[in-house]
Design a protein around this ligand. Structure first.
Ligand SMILES: Cc1cc2nc3c(=O)[nH]c(=O)nc-3n(C[C@H](O)[C@H](O)[C@H](O)COP(=O)(O)OP(=O)(O)OC[C@H]3O[C@@H](n4cnc5c(N)ncnc54)[C@H](O)[C@@H]3O)c2cc1C
Length: 394
């Protein structure tokens, strides 16, 4: 048995950002992060695409990413420790949403919401798109919505950078699995570990990513987060590309970004995603290569004909941590004292993890989230029918 002031279940980008931020904000209590797999081979943070954008229909998402971008810009310097130098390399190349007849109205509506929320964005004409991303087939395109402060970073470098920074700041990581969240009188009192150990704590944070629903059941409460398989493919471009891609989002759903060579002479590659909205919920990390042949590749070549000869195709699967409205579950659980939830980011949790860390830090230290109004993300909103639908999940 050991005693902590805060136990964080899950040491992915969310749990690690929370642990780092608590210490950064001067919290002197004992912060214990319980992580079942230090290789992170199945963690969403390890398997993600690394996209970072402030293009969302809800103002709180816009603000959380704007706050986070300040850290992304300085991440490699600020997260450097005496033993670890991350190379997350935030490339501020933008997100370019392409509009055709099928989605122009929806994008126009989101553009207005984003403008009201203060997002950095520009509407591009077809000629401007052609100049920004040479080689795109634009015969059916009406306009583009471009976020110049958006971009992407290396997710694994982000993950291990945050973990190293949290450790250096004084958080402790325990290699184990939480198998029970112990409660008494309607409050958490600690967690039981698979090795039989017990960590007592008055505050437990559920940062278990796609498994947050399962972890909540260990405390006999409901958190509506389910894993949903998401595939990514990486491939080598047919020749060294003369320009760098922003995140390009085709109206049909396929989207891709550059995966720059880290060493001169390495291949010039891109990473692609194409969300399958009827993918059944459940844990499934099998890569379905048939989707490359039937969906990813044809859609890519239709939009970027010069990509016809891409090679070295490699795919993998990770889990989106889906909620019914594709927005996070963030805050104190109303049914259990001391139980905080930071999950359900539905495929956009990496980009806002610095802000999420701040939210958790304020909830622990101050008892409330002061920087961001997180009431739209309340755990019980689904039961109240208060869905946050911003149509911005890709
Ligand atoms: C293919 C793919 C592409 C994505 N692309 C993007 C993107 O472009 N931009 C973006 O912002 N986001 C993206 N995401 C989403 C992003 O990866 C997640 O929102 C984010 O990583 C969530 O971080 P996390 O720390 O909550 O979860 P995770 O990284 O999954 O970490 C949770 C951790 O909890 C641990 N855990 C679970 N249960 C227990 C237990 N009982 N005891 C101990 N430990 C436990 C797990 O081992 C895991 O390491 C993508 C996700 C996927 C799968």
């Amino acid at each position: 048995m050991t005693t902590a002031d805060v136990v964080i279940i899950g040491g992915g980008v969310v749990g690690s950002a929370a642990a780092w931020r608590l210490r950064h904000d001067g919290f002197t209590g004992r912060v214990v992060v319980v992580e079942r797999d230090r290789s992170y081979a199945r963690a969403s943070s390890f398997l993600a695409m690394g996209g970072i954008r402030q293009q969302f229909g809800s103002s709180v998402c816009v603000r959380m990413v704007q706050h986070s971008v300040a850290l992304w810009r300085e991440f490699d310097e600020r997260m450097r420790t005496s033993t670890h130098a991350p190379r997350a390399w935030f490339r501020e190349r933008g997100y370019l949403f392409l509009a055709d007849d099928t989605n122009a109205d929806a994008l126009t509506a989101r553009e207005a919401a984003q403008a009201a929320a203060g997002a950095s964005q520009r509407r591009l004409s077809v000629d401007e798109i052609g100049a920004l991303v040479p080689g795109l087939m634009l015969d059916d395109i009406r306009f583009g919505l471009f976020g110049p402060e958006d971009g992407y970073a290396n997710p694994r470098e982000v993950l291990f950078g945050l973990r190293a920074a949290a450790l250096a700041a004084g958080a402790e990581y325990v290699d184990d699995e939480v198998v029970e969240i112990d409660t008494r009188g309607g409050r958490v009192i600690g967690v039981t570990l698979a090795d039989g150990g017990f960590v007592s704590a008055p505050i437990v944070v559920n940062a278990a990513g796609a498994l947050a629903g399962r972890v909540a059941r260990l405390a006999h409460v409901d958190v509506p987060v389910e894993p949903m398989r998401q595939l990514l493919f990486r491939c080598t471009l047919p020749r060294p590309w003369p320009s760098r891609f922003p995140m390009v989002i085709d109206p049909g759903g396929v989207h891709w970004r550059h995966d720059d060579a880290l060493v001169p002479g390495d291949p010039d590659r891109i990473i692609l995603a194409f969300t399958k909205w009827d993918e059944p919920a459940g844990e499934n990390l099998a890569c379905d290569d048939v989707r490359w042949e039937n969906e990813f590749y044809p859609a890519l070549v239709r939009r970027l004909p010069a990509a016809v000869d891409v090679s070295d195709v490699h795919g993998w699967a990770g889990h989106y941590e889906m909620t019914p409205d594709h927005n996070p579950v963030l805050g104190a659980h109303p049914g259990l004292g001391g139980f905080l939830v930071a999950s359900g980011f539905s495929g956009h949790g990496l980009m806002m993890s610095p802000a999420t860390g701040l939210v958790v830090s304020e909830l622990v230290r101050l008892g409330e989230s002061r920087t961001f109004d997180i009431t739209p993300f309340a755990v019980d909103r689904f039961a109240r029918g208060a869905f946050v639908r911003d149509g911005a999940t890709i």
